[in-house]
Design a protein around this ligand. Structure first.
Ligand code: PAF
Length: 281
């Protein structure tokens, strides 16, 4: 595996690969890799000939009181995992390389970014859209793989790619869970044993709602109330949102029909966790 830290060198290698007719697959990450990331990389491996993974903890997607400084980092462990999973190039830029002095250009995807996580993290998706656009311009991939766990992020990126005519395919890969159901996330690292046990309620609440729907329940208020009760029963849980939204505009649904995203964000101590289920009604 080759490690590239400079933008110009990454662009040159990407150009050479494209000229040689090699399909470039890309997985952007903030590091501290877990099995969820590895499944995205395996998917990229299957779909492309040159696999590039970036590790960059992107300061512009963190709010002023969020966990940018403390975000978990373990580069040597990440590099070992990347080698095992067949990554060809690790792109590892510094903050100064990505945002040099005088930097002042941002990508704003409207509407979709104000809802759900955007309501409590107002500049988050602007930072994500900006860094992902920059990474696409640097790595020049034919395809990029994102996780369904960050469902809103995947929607925002798909919208951005369509709206800005970015010339690549976006692949969204399924959420990977621990054997007990907790969705894999680098932020699970923050959980105390009690919070870790309480956090299992997220997937349980999502599955409960899904079962209710399969049995014919169509009352969204009833489902939100049921999920809220389950989650509030856990002492360490603080709900940010539980929403049933459509998969076009991410608007709250009045009626359950078609493709529905059940999405939630809940804080357990320092960790703000998100999870979701995409279902057909
Ligand atoms: O999902 C993430 O880890 C980040 O939001 C991403 C896409 C790497 C952009 O910094």
């Amino acid at each position: 595996m080759k490690v590239i830290k400079k933008i110009l060198q990454m662009q040159k290698v990407a150009d050479e690969a494209r000229c040689a007719g090699r399909k470039v697959g890309f997985v952007p990450t903030m590091g501290y890799l877990h099995k969820g990331h590895l499944s995205l990389i395996r998917q990229a491996r299957q779909l492309s000939e040159l696999v590039v993974v970036s590790i960059f903890v992107n300061p512009t997607q963190f709010g002023p009181h969020e966990d940018y400084q403390n975000y978990p980092r373990d580069l040597s462990r990440d590099a070992k995992l990347l080698r095992q999973v067949g990554c060809d190039i690790l792109f590892l830029p510094s903050v100064e390389e990505m945002y040099p002095q005088g930097y002042c250009s941002y990508v704003d995807v409207e509407n979709l970014t104000q809802l759900l996580c955007g309501a409590s993290r107002p500049s988050h998706f602007r930072g994500v859209a900006t860094v992902v656009t920059k990474l696409f311009n640097i790595v020049k991939p034919h395809l990029a793989v994102f996780g369904q766990k960050d469902a809103q992020q995947a929607f925002v990126i798909r919208r951005m790619v369509t709206d800005l005519n970015q010339d690549l395919e976006i692949v969204v890969a399924p959420t990977i869970r621990e054997p007990d159901g907790l969705a894999m996330s680098s932020r699970n690292e923050y959980l105390t044993p009690q919070e870790r046990a309480d956090a299992l309620v997220l997937y349980q609440a999502l599955k409960w709602a899904h079962e209710q729907i399969v049995e014919g329940q169509r009352n969204i208020e009833y489902l939100v109330q049921g999920m809220t009760k389950m989650i509030q029963n856990k002492k360490t849980a603080q709900i940010d949102y539980i929403s049933f939204v459509d998969t076009e505009k991410l608007h709250s649904l009045k009626r359950l029909e078609g493709e529905v995203l059940i999405a939630l964000a809940v804080k357990f101590g320092r960790a703000r966790l998100i999870d979701n289920l995409l279902i057909k009604v």
